[in-house]
Design a protein around this ligand. Structure first.
Ligand SMILES: NC(=O)C1=CN([C@@H]2O[C@H](COP(=O)(O)OP(=O)(O)OC[C@H]3O[C@@H](n4cnc5c(N)ncnc54)[C@H](O)[C@@H]3O)[C@@H](O)[C@H]2O)C=CC1
Ligand SMILES: O=C([O-])CC(=O)C(=O)O
Length: 338
């Protein structure tokens, strides 16, 4: 029996993600929680014939902290897209003021109601909300570094799609899945697209390559601008979160001890790592890197075999950015310096 719970399930990401997960055969119970509209979303999805039990929960009033406990009880996976999205002109960090408190409170409830669950954080700014989740779970004494993830999969989807289109049909986006990956953080130039051997397909003046890098790093802004005040990426993000969660489900429900590879923003200093260079591990506790997932969560954090010189420079820059964002998240929970 696998129970998955979405916190923020009635939102722009929450609804399409709920639909995708409603169709997933590895989930037996889907629990949808939001402060508004969740009962309706769950009623709607409940008419889709599947084997799943589906339930929608919304608090009765501002002081109701019991409903969320019922929603979370027994969850194996908790996915958190709750919080406000960007409007044009805002950075992801501008969301911190509101989303930091939302994520802290929701993770607190998860720590109380389902302390063994996998926690997948979508709410921005991911570079800070993941440390908030970790520190809150630590405060409750239930933190397991193998089970907390910041979802950066959308950066990977964008890299696959944008690189395939920059290469004008030489390779399909599907064939680039896990051949190219984005590492680092999830904001602007803390996102580092690694394109493996494909660099040789770009002109030597580097202009087209730089355009690709910027497009991946600022792909979120492209959508925020196009939506013109009506939010940020939701459908592509739901697809990205689904890919991540589906892979996680594959790993934790595998009949044998097979593993699955993914990429996520994780607390690397408390995990088993392979070949992660000192210029990362010495300076930051968190980074988005390739991970190997097994039944109990992350088994290994790996480092890609090959990075070009510009990719190393971008990674070093990302380390500094991520480090500052992590400190901000840590301080929010502890009210003191790292
Ligand atoms: N990790 C990533 O790659 C991405 C992250 N995001 C982030 O995801 C978050 C959600 O984005 P959208 O779904 O577009 O926003 P939205 O505003 O459409 O939906 C957010 C939902 O969260 C709910 N919510 C707010 N406070 C809550 C609480 N305390 N408990 C439960 N639910 C609560 C709201 O009622 C709303 O339904 C934003 O912070 C956004 O920046 C967006 C795209 C990509
Ligand atoms: O740009 C935003 O605010 C939403 C997001 O994280 C993304 O689309 O990558």
């Amino acid at each position: 029996m696998v129970k998955a719970t979405i916190l923020g399930a009635a939102g722009g990401i929450g609804q399409p993600l709920s639909l995708l997960l409603r169709l997933n055969e590895k989930i037996d119970e889907l629990s949808l929680y939001d402060i508004v509209n969740t009962v309706g979303v769950a009623a709607d999805l409940s008419h889709i014939p599947t084997h799943q039990v589906i339930k929608g929960y919304a608090p009765k009033d501002k002081n109701d902290s019991e409903t969320i406990k019922v929603a979370l009880k027994g969850s194996d996976i908790v996915i958190i897209p709750a919080g406000i999205p960007r409007k044009p002109g805002m950075t992801r960090d501008d969301l911190f003021k509101i989303n930091a408190g939302i994520v802290k409170n929701l993770v607190h409830q998860a720590g109380l109601s389902c302390p063994d669950a996998f926690i997948c954080v979508i709410s921005n700014p991911v570079n800070s909300t993941v440390p908030i989740a970790v520190e809150e779970l630590k405060r409750l004494g239930v933190f397991n570094p193998r089970k907390v993830f910041g979802i950066t999969t959308l950066d990977n989807l964008r890299l696959e799609e944008f690189l395939s289109s920059a290469l004008e049909g030489k390779v399909s986006a599907a064939d680039l899945y896990s051949d190219v990956i984005a590492i680092g953080g999830h904001s602007g130039d803390s996102i580092v697209p690694l394109i493996n051997g494909w660099r040789k397909n770009f002109a030597s003046d580097g202009e087209e390559y730089s355009k690709l890098v910027k497009r991946v790093q600022f792909g979120g802004d492209e959508v925020v601008k196009a939506k013109d005040g009506k939010g940020s990426a939701t459908l592509s993000m739901a697809t990205a979160a689904y890919r991540f969660v589906n892979n996680l489900l594959d790993a934790i429900t595998a009949a044998n001890s097979s593993t699955v590879k993914e990429v996520a923003f994780v607390k690397i200093d408390e995990l088993k790592t392979k070949k992660v260079p000192l210029f990362i591990s010495k300076h930051t506790q968190y980074f988005s890197l390739p991970i190997v997932l097994g039944k109990d969560g992350i088994e290994l954090v790996e480092f890609p075999e090959y990075l070009s010189e510009p990719e190393v420079l971008m990674t070093k820059h990302a380390v500094e950015k991520v480090k500052a964002d992590v400190t901000k998240g840590f301080n929010f929970v502890h009210g003191s310096k790292l």
